[in-house]
Design a protein around this ligand. Structure first.
Ligand code: G6Q
Length: 550
């Protein structure tokens, strides 16, 4: 029978019976309007919902019937979703192109449990690092950890990029309510000097701690920014190399490079090659998060993630939140031909959540070949995007309501606000419900006419409706509920990738540009005229830059 990975690679997706059934079924449901579906099934808004670990998912405003759900679940089964989930949780090397286990779920496994990779239980190591992070965070937060001149640390700057940046930034913004307000947290990622300059311009180096976060500790952007930070700190701290130990710590898997940079490896927080960058915000990469919100809150976030992990691992697919969301994404991407998914959090603190999800979803599922290396003959990862509500309503929602594209939306909202200011939360929530309602049911020409609209204006004011959405309701934004939301999307991505039969855990697509940049850097910096051997466009661009650069 072979491993789960081998099993799923056997039959091409379009040849699976469930896929064919769905194609056939699509022909019969594509013309149905949500108005009709709701009219025919009055309890749809109660029935097509699922609740688990405190998260309520209303998926009734999707263009599906009970039969669609049955067939999507059948597809999941035929694609070996259950086995694939089990393989991940068992620590099998399901990231086949990098020959790695995929164990972000181990980062939130409770102490005392066991997940074995290469013959070793990794859970004790995870908890040892968590303890080290806890001790360090406490020392920084209480002021026990002092800078070189004896002052306490008031500013923490995470230097990292991609998976070593987006999670920490998102989590800091999302959980700002719980953060230590007497401290300043900043994030430097871009290799654009502006990012560095603006982050440090008003800070006192003697009160600043840099966390250099890089799994490999070789990433161009991060190492360049870390060197800039080192020079900035040294200049302010009397050029004493001993000051580095008090103002720099590292999060990495690469002790050798960390030591080479001059950071004491005693101040290095470890993680492992089975943690993918975009799945690492709950590893030591979350050190800035832990310092900001405190170790107890950080553990609450891990517990929330773990609850969602257990739900994903054990719940039947019909009631399994990540599986349902993943399957619905497949339904729209592959049958309706939709290109994007809009994620619309009605929570200002989640303003960086869509950006975080872009990496999680698109780096994971932006793949053109199957696990077996064959070109896919169907679409894979959709484009994820979004902005917090209600801002988006006054800009791009127009296209979602009346444009020509089908854009499934995820609305995310919280029953209780962290900032009860006047009537604002009721107004915010009214807008979430109204948007999902308007998208689904629209406004017919008859309704528009009945309002006395002149005939020529009627077509402009018609809302076709039939635009699908999920509504995700959570009691309150807490470290735990954030953890649940992150794990919800992680496992939705996993579900999608399993159906498409792709490796959701590699990212070869980021390599080529990196390699070419390394070739171009000396061409830009060389004092003499370099012999350029690119295409004529690239050559001209380089020549033009060289002639004008300062
Ligand atoms: C994420 C990717 C990528 C990675 C960055 C930073 O899944 O692997 O975004 O996180 O390239 O890499 P380092 O942590 O090694 O600097």
């Amino acid at each position: 029978m072979g491993t789960a990975v081998e099993r799923v690679t056997n039959t091409p997706l379009p040849e699976r019976q469930a896929w064919k059934n769905l194609e056939h079924h699509y022909a019969s449901v594509k013309g149905l309007h949500l108005r009709q579906l709701f009219a025919e099934q009055p309890d749809r808004g109660k029935k097509m919902t699922a609740k688990a670990v405190g998260i309520y998912l209303d998926f009734s405003k999707n263009r599906i019937t009970d039969e669609t759900l049955k067939l999507l679940v059948q597809l999941a089964e035929e694609c070996g979703l259950r086995e694939h989930i089990d393989s991940m949780f068992r620590g099998e090397k399901i990231n086949i192109t990098e020959n790695r286990a995929v164990l972000h779920v181990a980062l939130r496994a409770p102490a005392g449990t066991s997940i074995v990779v290469d013959g070793q239980n990794v859970v004790p190591e995870v908890h040892a690092v968590l303890q080290k992070m806890t001790d360090f965070s406490n020392r920084v937060r209480t002021g026990e950890w002092k800078g070189h001149t004896g002052k306490r640390i008031r500013n923490v700057i995470n230097i990292g990029i991609g998976g070593s940046d987006l999670g920490p930034v998102m989590a800091y913004e999302a959980l700002k309510h719980y953060s230590e307000r007497s401290m300043t947290f900043r994030f430097i990622s871009n290799v654009d000097g502006t990012d560095f300059a603006e982050a440090v311009r008003d800070l006192d180096a003697s009160e600043t701690l840099f966390i250099v976060s890089s799994k490999t500790f070789t990433t161009l952007e991060t190492m360049t920014n870390a060197q800039a930070a080192r020079a900035w700190a040294l200049a302010a701290l009397g050029n004493d190399p001993k000051s580095i130990a008090k103002h720099f710590v590292a999060v990495s898997t690469n002790a050798k490079e960390v030591a080479k940079f001059g950071i004491d490896t005693a101040n290095m927080f470890e993680f492992w090659d089975w943690v993918g960058g975009r799945y690492s915000m709950d590893s030591a990469i979350g050190l800035s998060t832990m310092i900001a919100i405190g170790p107890d809150n950080f553990r609450q976030m891990l517990n929330g993630m773990h609850e969602m992990d257990e739900h994903f691992r054990t719940a039947p697919f019909e009631q399994n939140l990540p599986a349902l969301m993943g399957l619905l994404t497949v339904w729209y991407s592959n049958f309706f031909g939709s290109e994007t998914v809009a994620v619309l959090p009605y929570e200002q603190y989640l303003k960086r959540f869509p950006a975080y999800l872009q990496q999680l979803t698109m780096e994971s599922n932006g793949k053109h070949v199957t696990l077996a290396g064959n070109q896919v003959t169907y679409q894979t990862g959709p484009i994820y995007w979004g902005e917090p509500g209600t801002n988006g309503q006054h800009s791009f929602y127009q296209l979602i309501h009346q444009g020509t594209r089908l854009i499934p939306c995820d609305f995310i909202a919280f029953m209780k606000t962290l900032n009860p200011v006047g009537r604002q939360h009721d107004l915010l929530m009214a807008n979430v419900f109204a948007q999902a309602e308007a998208l689904a049911f629209g406004k017919t020409a008859e309704q528009v006419k009945a309002e006395g609209t002149p005939d020529w204006l009627v077509p402009h004011r018609v809302f076709e409706g039939n635009r699908p959405s999920n509504t995700i309701l959570v009691e309150r934004l807490t470290p735990s509920s954030l953890g649940k939301l992150v794990a919800l999307y992680e496992h939705s991505v996993f579900t999608q990738g399993t159906i498409w039969g792709i490796d959701s855990f590699d990212q070869w697509g980021v390599e080529l540009g990196k390699v070419l940049a390394q070739r171009i850097i000396p061409e830009l910096e060389s004092p003499g005229e370099p012999k350029l051997q690119h295409d004529s466009s690239t050559n001209t661009l380089i020549e033009s830059y060289r002639s004008q650069k300062e």
